[in-house]
Design a protein around this ligand. Sequence first.
Ligand code: URQ
Ligand code: ZN
Ligand code: ZN
Length: 480
Amino acid sequence: MALHIKGGTVVNADISQRADVLVDGGKIVAVGSKLDVPAGAEAVDAGGCYVVPGGIDPHTHMELPFMGTVASEDFFSGTTAGIVGGTTMIIDFVIPSPQQDVMEAYETWRGWAKKAASDYSFHVAITWWDDTVHEAMGKLTREHGVNSFKHFMAYKGAIMADDEILVKSFSRARDLGALCTVHAENGELVYHLQQEILNKGITGPEGHPMSRPSSVEGEAANRAIRIAQVLGVPLYIVHNSCIESLQAITRARNDGQRVFGEVLAGHLLVDDSVYRDPDWDKAAAHVMSPPFRPKENQEALWRGLQAGMLQTTATDHCCFCAPQKRMGHNNFTQIPNGTGGVEDRMHVLWHHGVNSGRLTVNEFVGITSANAARIFNIYPRKGSVSVGADADIAIWDPERERTISKETHHQNVDTNIFEGMTVKGINTVTISQGNIVYQDGDVRTVKGAGRYVDRPTFAPYYDAMQKTAAHSAPEAVDRM
Ligand code: URQ
Ligand code: ZN
Ligand code: ZN
C-alpha cells in the first residue's frame, strides 16, 4: 500500500525542506509538494514534525554466544526494540570461534537473523588465520555483500586477533576493497591486569574498569591505525570510549589517513560511577568493554562528534540478564560483557545532542544514519529520505517526551543503562520497507520481515590508497 506522509519537514544529513513524501512498493517515490498521490494511499499526518531517515545501528550483537552464555536479545526482539526507537537497520557481527570455518559461521548467523523484523547486514570477524580464512574473505566480498571485517584486539584466549592476524587480514581486506574495523583494547595488557587485580583479592565488578584503563584502549587504537596506515587500508574503530582513542583518530585524520570513529550512546552519557554501586547486580549490569569512563571522557567524545572526528553512533547492543551476569559473581572476568541500548540510542542522542545545541538536526541524521550508510557503502539506499531510497523513515516529534525504563522498554533485558532518563524528542511513527511498523505505542513488527542487505566493496577507492601508502612508506635503506 502507498503511504502519503503529509505536512512534515524532511531532514537529511545535508538539507532540511518542508516537503511531503510518497512511498510505494517499499521505496520512496516522490519528495516535494502537490504530489501525485495514487487512490487508496494511506495518509500519514506529519504536521509539525520532522521526517528523518530510519536509524542505522552499525554495531549490535543479537543472540551472541559469548563467555559461556547467549545474549538475551534475539534478532526479532532486538530489531523490534530498534524500530520502536526509530532504528530501521542494524549491522550485526558474525564471530567465528578460532578454527571454526568462517563460511560455516556466516551461514549460522544468517540463519539466526532470518527472524529479524527490519533490515540487517553483517560485519564478519576475523578471529584466526589460515588459507581457508583468506579464501572465505574473498568469497564473502564477491558473493555475499560483505565489505567490512572486524578484529577484536581484546579477549585473549577467545576471539583476540594478534598482530599477525591483523596484518594478514588488513592486507587481504585492502586487496578485496573492504573496510577493516577493530575493537581496540590491548588484550595482553587486559589479561595481565586482570590477574594482578584478582591476586589483590578484588573480584567484584569494580575490578572490570581497573583492568581496562583508557591507556589500554589508546594503545590499541594507535596500533591499529599505524598498521592500517602502513598497509594502506581504511580503518573504522568501534566504540571509542575515551580521550586517548579519540586523540589517536584525530591525529590520523589530521594527517589525511582514512580512519573512521564510532561512539556508543552509552559512552556519551554514562560514566564509571556505575561500577561503584554497592548493589552487585547494578554494577555488573554495566560491565561491558571498553568500560564506561570517568566523566571528562564523555564531554570529549561529544566534542569529537561535533568536530566530525567521530562519524557514527551505535549501541553495541549485547544483552545479558542478572542470572547471566552472576556467572561472574566470584570473578569479575567471568561477567559476560555487554549492555543494551538499541531502543534508546536515537532518543538520548536527540535529547542530549540536539536539545543541548551540540548538534543540528542534520548532524543528528548524519550520526544516527547517513554516515554509517556512507561508510558501509549503502547510501543513499539507506540513510536518506530521497527518491529511490528504501522507505525506512521515522517521524520525529521534537515535543514528545518519554522516560526510559526497563519497566517499559521493549528490549529483552532486565536493566537499562539509561534508567530513569527523561528525553524530549522521539519518533512517533516508524516506517520500514514502506510499512508502518510502529505508531504511538502500537508495535506492528513482523517476524522475518527483515532483509539481508548486501554492501558492495570499494575497489576503485583502494587503488588511490595503495598509491598513497606506497608514497608514504619509509624509503628502503641499505643495511650495512
Ligand atoms: O566487545 C564487544 O563488542 C562485544 C563482545 C560486546 N560486549 C562488549 O562488552 N562490548
Ligand atoms: Zn567490542
Ligand atoms: Zn561489539
